[in-house]
Unconditional design. Structure first.
Length: 285
C-alpha cells in the first residue's frame, strides 16, 4: 500500500466535502440562520465542531488564513448563530446539494456500502494532534447513507488537513508562505488566491522575500527546483500521515471504496458546482 492511495482518496473525498463551500444550497441554509455572506457561513460552519472557538483558535487550526481575516468573522458569527445551529445548517446544506446532484443516479446499495466502508476506516482512528479531525469525528452521525458519506469525507479532509499543517510547520512554511508557494506553481494566480485568504500586500511580499532568501523562489518570484522538491516532500509527508484509515481498511477494502466513490465524485464534478480553479488546490476528475 503506497501513499498514492491517500492522494487519490483525498481527491475523491474532498470533492464531496467541498460542496459545503460552493453549493448554493449551503449559502441559502446559512442565510436562514443569520449567517449571511459567504465568509460568515464558512468560518462558522467549519469551526463550529470545535465548540465556541475564538479567533486565535480558529487561526491556529485553519492555519492559512490571515489572522485579521479570521478576526473579522470570529467571534462575531456566534452573535448570529450558535455553533449547534451552524453545524445543523452546514449538514442540511450539504445534504440538499447531494440530493440535487446525486439523486438516484447512484444506486442506494452502492451508497450504503461506500458509507459502511468509509466509516470502517475512520472508526477508532488516532486523532492525537488532529483538532479539526477529532472535533468532526465526535459529531452525531446522520442516518442517511449519502449524508454519512459527506460527514466521513469531512472527517477525513480535516484529519488530513491537520497533518498537512504539521508538515508545513516542520518545513518552516507559514500560512502566507504556503499560498505564495501554491501561486508559484502556476496553478492559481496571486490575484485570485491572496484576497480569499486575507493576506495584505505587505504580508505577501514579506513571505516572497523570505522564500527568496531560502532559495525557494528566484529573484523574479518564480519557483525554483528546490521549491518543487519541498512541495513534493510536504505533499508526500501529508499523504503518509493520512494513511491510517486506509491501512485499517486494507488494500481490497480501500480499492472497493474508491470504485464506489468515483461515480459520486464524478457527478459532483460534472455538475460544475465546484470551480475548476479553486483555492483548495483540488484537482477535479
Amino acid at each position: 500500500m503506497t501513499v498514492s492511495l491517500a492522494r487519490r482518496m483525498w481527491v475523491l473525498l474532498e470533492s464531496i466535502h467541498a460542496l459545503t463551500y460552493f453549493a448554493p444550497e449551503s449559502s441559502e441554509i446559512y442565510s436562514t440562520v443569520g449567517l449571511r455572506g459567504f465568509w460568515r457561513g464558512y468560518f462558522a460552519g467549519r469551526s463550529a465542531p470545535l465548540g465556541n472557538p475564538g479567533a486565535k483558535l480558529v487561526t491556529a487550526t485553519f492555519y492559512n488564513f490571515a489572522p485579521s481575516m479570521v478576526e473579522r468573522a470570529i467571534p462575531e458569527v456566534w452573535e448570529y448563530a450558535s455553533p449547534e445551529e451552524a453545524i445543523e445548517a452546514r449538514t442540511d446544506g450539504a445534504s440538499r446539494a447531494l440530493e440535487r446532484i446525486i439523486g438516484k443516479s447512484v444506486d442506494l446499495e452502492s451508497v450504503e456500502r461506500a458509507a459502511k466502508l468509509l466509516w470502517k476506516g475512520l472508526d477508532g482512528i488516532d486523532v492525537s494532534g488532529r483538532p479539526l479531525g477529532g472535533a468532526n469525528l465526535e459529531l452525531a452521525r446522520p442516518q442517511d447513507p449519502l449524508d454519512l458519506i459527506w460527514l466521513g469525507a469531512t472527517v477525513y479532509r480535516e484529519f488530513r488537513g491537520d497533518g498537512h499543517v504539521a508538515t508545513l510547520l516542520n518545513a518552516g512554511i507559514d500560512g502566507c508562505q504556503a499560498h505564495v508557494t501554491f501561486a508559484a506553481t502556476g496553478n492559481i494566480v496571486r490575484s485570485v488566491l491572496q484576497p480569499v485568504r486575507g493576506w495584505s500586500d505587505s504580508e505577501w511580499e514579506k513571505a516572497e522575500d523570505d522564500l527568496k532568501s531560502r532559495g525557494l523562489l528566484d529573484q523574479n518570484g518564480h519557483r525554483t527546483e528546490r521549491l518543487v522538491g519541498l512541495r513534493e516532500q510536504i505533499e508526500d509527508n501529508t499523504d503518509e500521515l493520512s494513511m491510517q484509515p486506509w491501512e485499517k481498511l486494507g488494500n481490497r477494502g480501500s480499492e472497493e471504496l474508491m470504485r464506489l466513490l468515483i461515480p459520486i465524485s464524478r457527478a459532483i464534478v460534472e455538475s460544475k458546482t465546484i470551480p475548476s480553479v479553486n483555492p483548495i488546490g483540488l484537482p477535479l476528475l
